[in-house]
Design a protein around this ligand. Structure first.
Ligand SMILES: [Zn+2]
Length: 70
């Protein structure tokens, strides 16, 4: 590992890898920079004694800012 090849005019920095559907990003609140979040479900109905439907949201655990509307 002691010898390094020097490539003339070469070595571009690696391109940022393409965004794929499996890409993982840290969810950070734009309001308060918190990385803690929780999921809530709004407007659920009860059908046959079981909760159905509703609207899922992910909110900041610190300031309640809506981070994600599903
Ligand atoms: Zn926040």
């Amino acid at each position: 590992m002691s010898r390094l090849k020097i490539v003339e005019g070469g070595a571009k920095p690696k391109e940022y890898r393409k965004k794929s559907e499996n890409d993982i990003d840290l969810l950070v609140c734009p309001e308060c920079d918190s990385r803690a979040s929780y999921d809530v479900t709004l407007g659920r109905h009860i059908r046959n004694g079981k909760p159905v439907g509703g609207n899922k949201q992910t909110r900041c655990a610190n300031c309640d800012h809506v981070l994600w509307d599903w």
